[in-house]
Design a protein around this ligand. Structure first.
Ligand SMILES: Nc1c(C(=O)O)ncn1[C@@H]1O[C@H](COP(=O)(O)O)[C@@H](O)[C@H]1O
Length: 161
């Protein structure tokens, strides 16, 4: 199995329903990844160990998903020099606005590149991670070009009822 280049982490198994779209997109592009559930609130020691070791394990990009008081991405970003992409999960009470704001409003100095709430963000974070890797990987670049071409064809050929 190829060494993982992307680490997908999420605050709860309840985030997987949405985040499987991120994993599927990376699968489509042939980008190797690892995926883990961990929480800055519920498993702080695990997050510290995992994020501190991510760079040395060969990961290049981290995608962190969380909902509500979504601190996971920010805490991971504080623990690693790797780029961290945040995907806010839709929350039951505030529809994900809480997740979005707690992820995007990072203090200066520790960036989290924050994507749209829910599935569009999950897919786009995977595409963005792949685009970052494509800067130095011709195979991933071709896979991204093919993805775009297929997407354009689908839209151009769409039939309305
Ligand atoms: N925001 C965080 C963090 C964190 O930021 O560390 N850990 C869990 N959670 C979020 O809590 C929500 C509810 O979790 P449960 O469904 O397990 O109660 C999830 O969306 C998760 O990402």
């Amino acid at each position: 199995m190829a060494t993982a280049l992307v680490g997908i982490i999420m605050g709860s198994t309840s985030d997987w329903d949405v985040m499987q779209n991120c994993a599927q997109t990376l699968d489509q592009l042939g980008v190797p990844y690892e995926k883990r559930v961990m929480s800055a609130h519920r498993t702080p020691d695990l997050v510290i160990d995992w994020a501190r070791g991510a760079d040395a394990r060969g990961l290049k990009v981290i995608i962190a998903a969380a909902g509500g008081a979504a601190h996971l991405a920010g805490v991971a970003a504080a623990l690693t020099p790797l780029p961290v992409l945040g995907v806010p999960m839709e929350s039951a009470s505030l529809k994900g606005l809480d997740s979005l704001l707690s992820m995007v409003q990072m203090p200066g100095g520790i960036p989290v590149a924050t994507f749209a709430i829910g599935k569009p963000g999950a897919v786009n974070a995977a595409l963005f991670a792949a685009a970052t890797l494509a800067l130095s990987d011709a195979k991933i670049k071709r896979a991204l070009e093919d993805y775009r071409a297929a997407q354009s064809k689908k839209v151009a050929e769409a039939k309305l009822p």
